[in-house]
Design a protein around this ligand. Structure first.
Ligand SMILES: *[C@@H]1O[C@H](CO)[C@@H](O)[C@H](O)[C@H]1NC(C)=O
Ligand SMILES: *[C@@H]1O[C@H](CO)[C@@H](O)[C@H](O)[C@H]1NC(C)=O
Ligand SMILES: *[C@@H]1O[C@H](CO)[C@@H](O)[C@H](O)[C@H]1NC(C)=O
Ligand SMILES: *[C@@H]1O[C@H](CO)[C@@H](O)[C@H](O)[C@H]1NC(C)=O
Ligand SMILES: *[C@@H]1O[C@H](CO)[C@@H](O)[C@H](O)[C@H]1NC(C)=O
Ligand SMILES: *[C@@H]1O[C@H](CO)[C@@H](O)[C@H](O)[C@H]1NC(C)=O
Ligand SMILES: *[C@@H]1O[C@H](CO)[C@@H](O)[C@H](O)[C@H]1NC(C)=O
Ligand SMILES: *[C@@H]1O[C@H](CO)[C@@H](O)[C@H](O)[C@H]1NC(C)=O
Ligand SMILES: *[C@@H]1O[C@H](CO)[C@@H](O)[C@H](O)[C@H]1NC(C)=O
Ligand SMILES: *[C@@H]1O[C@H](CO)[C@@H](O)[C@H](O)[C@H]1NC(C)=O
Ligand SMILES: *[C@@H]1O[C@H](CO)[C@@H](O)[C@H](O)[C@H]1NC(C)=O
Length: 868
């Protein structure tokens, strides 16, 4: 595109941009936008306040379509509009829109696969055609949603201009199946400027791919190193941008950076603002401060794509720190081929804080395994730059139609593990079968949790808004809704190494790295005993080094531990999706020769416990302890509420709270984690697992697991931090053995000060101590219902920190977020049950937390109510 057309489009677009700025909700008077709430007779706003209008007047033949309402509202839908109403087509039907000729349009189709009156979502197979282009074919929204674990699917296309001023969209049920139907919940038709330009075909420096005559499908749109950007914060094209971290591959994620407050992003005169919003350019991911390590690795993202299509990859750059040419120069690889040598953002843009974008095209053939698009950045050694580093601010990946005008790929295949977990879950959660209370769910359910998270991340916008405590630092991952991936459960092609027997879904496998046993052995000096940094029920944890310098923690399962297999897979599937500042990141795994090895971020300062007592480490200050408690509360709060399924940790304790080199607390060990209730169930029945001293008495009694069980355990952690003694110490007099009970007793008697860590005496502001102890006490309430939520705990701890730091200022803040449950704590629970449950829960219940003491001693303490 030359400059004059740029200017033309800028002018055309500028007016559109202005109008969309001033008209906050899209009204009918904006003839350029059609935002349809299909199957509904009334208009209504979505979560972003956009107005969706009825669709019937755009249907050319409306007698073979039925308006319908979804029977069930998935809790993760961002809003009722447009998802709860649908238009059902039993035969071919067409929407027709009168549009400006010679203009491209975004077409966004929204699908919520659900039961509509008597129609089963899994019967819907259909195609969607517009003009000469097939957008979807044999499309099953239900299978796709299941494989991607999303409640709803959005597909975005950029349609070539129509010649005659009509844009038609035809829905057609697949004929090959009896009872097949088509449906759609929402349609958006948005005029767009021509944002596509001829792109260099990777591998052919002299060939260009011109998207001009092609229709494109948006596969991924990422705000690299930044946060989710909702439609209303886009620069006028109502696009959605997602966090890139879920797609990062390997051990090194680089570092994210943000423009200084006083740095103003300046768009060059030939670059319209609609290309990407300021938010995209003002955040970036770079490789990291260690220039040596940077030379030894590639900053890599991996994307699932459909084979046999041409892809257009657009990189958005904006240098935020450096100002000179040849300071940061790097190579860009697409599928291991060099797309760009010696990329130098300043050389392109001319200055710091000036954005620039580059397009590359690459053909992805249909290989034997899953089809992937690898994007990698590496410092350019040949250019000898001042800093060996790379930078990226944003990335978009579009699929171009093939020569027959087709854009449709096959339906993705849900992972076997996921299907199994879902059917288990359906069985357990079917209300009519509530008699099967004590049904034991296998570890596979964790897989569902992992996938649930992906879904939840996509849709948590709404929930996040509702949350009073929106204090998350924005590090949670966001996945695009249009990850049109073709995943299979049975094979994994990462690194081409033998993982044939692995049941780890390839989706999970793609999000983390597969290590060979040789790499692991090399990294741990062949499992040298001196490298052991921890021992757990699962096996040993080694310190190791991979990728020529990245420190990692390597958890090697004990081959004899039977339950390890489930937990191994649960942990991979769950953790590979979970990236949060206060959760330990899984980097990769190794499954070879019956070895099950997990590779994590290395936590330089080890466990919280070793900084509290029984070690010769320097003691932590009260403020440090508070900050660690706040961090871990945040991690747990994220597990409980950041997802479609509540994730219950089940084994919260001070040895599962780790500290990195900056004393940032990270919650670890999800091997025992489990999905929490969805639908209307308020608990999960399961066998008792966890560690003595931290176990929720209610959980013990009724075998019902809720997120409040974690809150209980966290209450014990809070007292442990305050008192610097183990949760169970059998060498003490009976009434003091259990910290939870003893601290509660002292707190109620007003003598808590007597048992706090002597090193803290006089260092805690009394107001702060009161708040902290009250919070811990509430966490230990006998009934789950009386315990605060993790969000409330977090709020109260933050408040306690304010009281410590600034006792006067904090008083101005209104308090009172804890439930007012002043009723007396009763010790009437049926301790006799413990023995029974334990014999069901069995051997796994005891973990290293029993602190070397004789299990039967603990046991008798526990089953003796007086002992507590
Ligand atoms: C829908 O059909 C699938 C497969 O035929 C079946 O397993 C499922 O139970 C059905 N769902 C409903 C709600 O009828
Ligand atoms: C859309 O449909 C109208 C009438 O049904 C037809 O005249 C027009 O050519 C169609 N447009 C396209 C792009 O197929
Ligand atoms: C569809 O229905 C027709 C008539 O009822 C029947 O002959 C045919 O076998 C069915 N096809 C399938 C795939 O079930
Ligand atoms: C969207 O923009 C509004 C107003 O500029 C801002 O307050 C909000 O934080 C933005 N949201 C996100 C997710 O960037
Ligand atoms: C980075 O990726 C390129 C292309 O795949 C590869 O040739 C190179 O060896 C990689 N470098 C490192 C350090 O992994
Ligand atoms: C997309 O389809 C159009 C029209 O059929 C065709 O001209 C164009 O070459 C196709 N694009 C690609 C990349 O094949
Ligand atoms: C349609 O999709 C289903 C589910 O992915 C698949 O089993 C079937 O083979 C597909 N049919 C055609 C004709 O492609
Ligand atoms: C790129 O190279 C990596 C390792 O060097 C390999 O695992 C991956 O499969 C390659 N990707 C493609 C698309 O060839
Ligand atoms: C993978 O799953 C299949 C079927 O569920 C099972 O037979 C096989 O043993 C599993 N393999 C591993 C390594 O767990
Ligand atoms: C959940 O419970 C609420 C209130 O008890 C009820 O209105 C709703 O229909 C229930 N939903 C399901 C899916 O059972
Ligand atoms: C809490 O409840 C008690 C008794 O029900 C009442 O006396 C007290 O005022 C309440 N406190 C608050 C803060 O509501």
């Amino acid at each position: 595109m030359n400059i004059s057309t740029h200017v033309l489009f800028s002018i055309v677009f500028f007016s559109f941009f202005l109008s969309s700025l001033h008209v906050t909700s899209y009204s009918k008077s904006d003839s350029y936008s059609f935002v349809l709430n299909c199957g509904s007779t009334t208009a209504g706003p979505d979560a972003d306040g956009r107005n969706w209008v009825p669709d019937s007047k755009y249907l050319t033949l409306s007698d073979n379509s039925i308006p319908a309402k979804a029977d069930f509202q998935d809790p993760s839908l961002p809003s009722l509009v447009p998802y709860m109403s649908a238009r059902i087509f039993t035969s071919e039907s067409t929407y027709r829109f009168s549009v400006t000729p010679k203009k491209r349009h975004w077409v966004r189709l929204h699908f919520y696969p659900s039961t509509y009156s008597t129609l089963n979502a899994s019967d819907a197979y259909f195609s969607v055609v517009s003009g000469d282009f097939t957008l979807l074919n044999n499309f099953s929204a239900s299978i796709t949603a299941q494989a991607l674990t999303q409640a709803y699917i959005v597909r975005e296309f950029s349609l070539t201009p129509s010649d005659n001023g009509y844009l038609n969209i035809t829905f057609k049920p697949t004929e090959k199946r009896n009872g097949s139907y088509a449906f759609v919940n929402g349609i958006e038709i948005i005029p767009m400027p021509d944002v596509f330009e001829p792109a260099i075909l990777v591998g052919f420096s002299d060939q260009f791919v011109d998207a001009d005559s092609s229709t494109l499908q948006t596969m991924y749109r990422l705000n690299v190193g930044g946060q989710y950007i909702p439609t209303k914060n886009d620069s006028g094209l109502t696009r959605t941008w997602y966090d890139d971290s879920p797609y990062l591959f390997g051990a090194s994620f680089g570092v994210t950076s943000e423009a200084d407050k006083n740095v103003k992003i300046r768009y060059p005169s030939d670059m319209p603002k609609y290309i990407a919003p300021v938010d995209v350019y003002s955040t970036a991911r770079t490789m990291g401060p260690d220039l040596k390590i940077n030379q030894n690795y590639n900053l890599t993202w991996v994307f699932q794509v459909d084979g046999n299509f041409m892809y257009l990859v657009r990189f958005h750059f904006c240098e935020l720190q450096l100002t000179k040419i040849n300071q940061r120069v790097f190579d860009i690889y697409l599928n291991n081929q060099t797309a760009q040598e010696a990329a130098d953002v300043i050389a392109w843009s001319g200055s710091k804080a000036v954005p620039v974008y580059k397009d590359y095209a690459i053909y992805v053939s249909d290989g034997a395994g899953d089809d992937e698009l690898w994007v990698a950045l590496h410092p350019s050694l040949s250019a000898k730059p001042e800093f060996y580093d790379a930078i990226l601010n944003g990335m978009e990946i579009f699929k171009l139609n093939d020569t027959s005008g087709n854009l449709a790929g096959p339906n993705p295949v849900p992972s076997q593990m996921l299907l199994k977990a879902e059917s288990e879950e359906a069985r357990t959660f079917t209300p009519s079968k509530s008699t099967s209370h004590a049904h034991v769910i296998g570890g596979a359910a964790g897989g569902a949790a992992a996938f649930g998270i992906v879904a939840a991340l996509c849709i948590a916008i709404y929930q996040r808004k509702k949350r009073v405590l929106g204090s998350e630092s924005g590090t949670s991952g966001w996945l695009p809704l249009y990850g049109n991936s073709h995943t299979t459960a049975s094979k994994s092609t990462i690194s081409g190494k033998s993982t044939a027997s692995s049941n780890v879904s390839s989706m999970a496998a793609n999000l983390c790295r597969h290590f060979s046993l040789a790499e692991i052995k090399h990294g741990t000096k062949n499992f040298e005993e001196s490298e052991v940094i921890g021992v757990g029920g699962f096996g040993k944890v080694y310190k190791g080094v991979v990728d020529g310098g990245t420190k990692v923690a390597i958890k090697r399962s004990n081959p004899s531990s039977e339950q390890g297999v489930h937990e191994f897979q649960t942990e991979i599937e769950m953790l590979s999706k979970l990236r949060h500042r206060h959760l330990v990141s899984l980097i990769g795994y190794c499954e070879e020769n019956e070895e099950m090895i997990l590779v994590y971020d290395y936590m330089a300062y080890g466990t919280l416990r070793e900084h509290l007592y029984k070690s010769n480490k320097p003691p932590l200050s009260w403020k440090q302890r508070l900050e660690i408690c706040i961090g871990s509360a945040r991690g747990l709060h994220y597990l409980h509420t950041g997802a479609k399924y509540t994730i219950i940790h089940r084994d919260v304790k001070t040895t599962n709270i780790l500290l990195d080199e900056n004393w940032v607390a990270k919650v670890s060990d999800f091997g025992l984690s489990k999905t929490g209730p969805n639908l209307n169930q308020t608990h999960v029945s399961t066998v008792v697992k966890g560690s003595f001293g931290y176990l929720d008495p209610e959980y013990f009694r009724r075998q019902q697991l809720t997120e409040k069980s974690d809150v209980y355990s966290f209450g014990v952690v809070l007292f442990e931090v305050l008192c610097a003694r183990p949760a169970l110490n059998p060498s003490l007099p009976k009434e003091q053995v259990s910290l939870g009970d003893w601290a509660l007793h002292c707190q109620r008697k007003g003598i808590l000060e007597d048992i706090i860590d002597p090193l803290l005496k006089g260092k805690i502001n009394p107001e702060c101590l009161k708040k902290f102890a009250d919070t811990a006490e509430k966490c230990l309430s006998d009934q789950g219902l009386d315990r605060p939520s993790m969000g409330d705990v977090l709020w109260n701890l933050e408040f306690a920190l304010q009281l410590q730091e600034n006792p006067d200022g904090a008083k101005l803040v209104t308090e009172g977020r804890l439930n007012n449950n002043s009723q007396d704590f009763t010790h009437d629970h049926d301790m006799g049950m413990h023995g029974i449950n334990l014999s069901i829960g069995g051997e796994s219940a005891v973990s290293e937390e029993s602190d070397g003491l004789n299990t039967s001693a603990v046991f008798s303490q526990l089953i003796n109510p007086k002992g507590r």
